[in-house]
Design a protein around this ligand. Structure first.
Ligand code: PLP
Length: 410
């Protein structure tokens, strides 16, 4: 008799986005002529840069020619892409990796979800709160979460690291010893960052406690301020304790095209019942066994991101989104709404006015301004009373949405 993994039965239904869509749908049925603008989108909206499209066309033609056709590629990625990554994303910062320390994949979501399977079930997991939900759910699936308490919204075996205005969205080192630490900076959903000194505290903690940091850097391309590390490996000692996840999704518009990479330094060795195991060997073994690599044409498209034209076009797209962030921030300032983020990330995290609950503010925005966003409580217990707006809409829609919000009676 086949028996299911009972941890799947413990998963909480993804209430947040389904409830958001349900409320918007219901509103539209009763207000068919109203144009609802969404500032809740967590997906890019601008098309792929033309340098990427040109590389795609060229590589598609190669696939149709017997002399340049490619079948299975190297499971962990073609060297032409890995070399571009090493030179542009790391050597430029004085950081050096061997080609087999960079492993190409079809997304950070899959990588960070799959990576936890390299660790024993008994590891203690710490997550920031609020958080991108994937880190938690994949550890629930793996049986590391314990029991869910619906009144606190917390799992018994997960260590929560609150990030709120009280601690300036800087997670504090936990009192209880933790083994796996998920950090995401620039952060989704709060849009906040960690400076070098703060990130160093985590690297030092991980070194002292033999912990591993799983560092999600999906929004690195949005960093605009000085003294904000662009890679965790800018911090001394990080190669001994940190794995970095980077995606082309939000930097180059690859959300539907799918390409990312994970850096697993060879320095990291873990204890196990089978003796010391090398983390880089483990991830390589896992990927070469369970994954057959990202398509050649997609890797060619990703390599085009590093051409001069590609870099310029990507910067233009990011500038476009960050102009929206400025529009949102200046409108919120003008009506006295407290807000965070939006400087080094495409997310603006605001405090619902008058101590409103996240969902009450959602309803007010939808009903009175016909603007949709995302209630902060959906990202974790510390998101209570907060609300997320994103910079991914068009300029026109962002301007219109904010002018409607400015007219609200708060
Ligand atoms: N990590 C964070 C923090 C994200 O917000 C997202 C997408 O929204 C991802 C990872 C997903 O990246 P990818 O498209 O490469 O799977």
């Amino acid at each position: 008799m086949a028996i299911a993994n009972s941890n799947y039965g413990k998963l909480q239904t993804s209430y947040l986005f389904s409830e958001v869509s349900k409320r918007i749908r219901t509103f539209k049925v009763s207000h068919p002529n109203v144009n609802v603008i969404s500032l809740g989108i967590g997906d890019v909206t601008l098309p792929l840069p033309s340098a990427v499209i040109t590389a795609l066309h060229k590589s598609v033609d190669e696939m149709g020619d017997i002399t340049t056709f490619r079948g299975y590629g190297p499971e962990t990625g073609y060297e032409f892409l890995i070399n571009e990554i090493i030179v542009n994303d790391y050597n430029s910062k004085g950081i050096y990796f061997a080609t087999d320390e960079i492993i190409i994949s079809d997304g950070t979501n899959c990588d960070i979800s799959n990576f936890q399977e390299l660790f024993d079930r008994d590891n203690i997991v710490a997550i920031t709160d609020p958080v991108y939900p994937v880190y938690l759910d994949t550890n629930v699936m793996a049986g590391r979460s314990g029991i869910y308490n619906s009144s606190t919204g917390k799992w018994s075996d997960i260590v929560y690291l609150p990030c709120t205005r009280e601690n300036k969205f800087i997670p504090e080192i936990p009192k209880k010893k933790v083994d796996l630490i998920y950090l995401c900076f620039p952060n989704n959903p709060t849009g906040t960052v960690l400076n070098r000194e703060e990130l160093k505290k985590w690297v030092d903690y991980a070194i002292e406690n033999n912990s591993i940091i799983l560092y999600d850097s999906a929004y690195e391309a949005y960093i605009a301020e000085e003294n904000i590390p662009h890679s965790i490996y800018e911090i001394e000692g990080a190669k001994n304790v940190a794995v970095e996840f980077k995606s082309f999704s939000k930097s180059a518009g690859f959300t539907g095209t799918r390409c990312a990479y994970t850096v697993v330094p060879k320095e990291i060795n873990l204890d196990s019942d089978s003796g010391k195991l090398n983390l880089n060997d483990m991830w390589s073994r896992r990927q070469t066994t369970k994954f057959n690599g990202v398509p050649y044409i997609i890797q060619r498209a990703a390599a085009a991101v590093y051409t001069n034209a590609g870099k310029k076009q990507i910067k233009d797209n990011i500038d476009y989104y960050m102009e929206n962030a400025k529009i949102i921030i200046s409108a919120l300032d003008s009506i006295g709404i407290e807000h965070y983020g939006g400087i080094n990330a495409p997310y603006i995290w605001l405090r619902a006015p008058n101590d409103m609950e996240s969902w009450d503010f959602f309803d007010k925005l939808l009903l009175e301004a016909n603007v949709a966003g995302t209630p902060g409580i959906g990202f974790g217990p510390s998101g209570k009373g907060y609300f997320r707006l994103t910079a991914f809409a068009s300029h026109e829609n962002t301007i219109e949405a904010m002018s409607r919000i400015k007219k609200l009676k708060l």
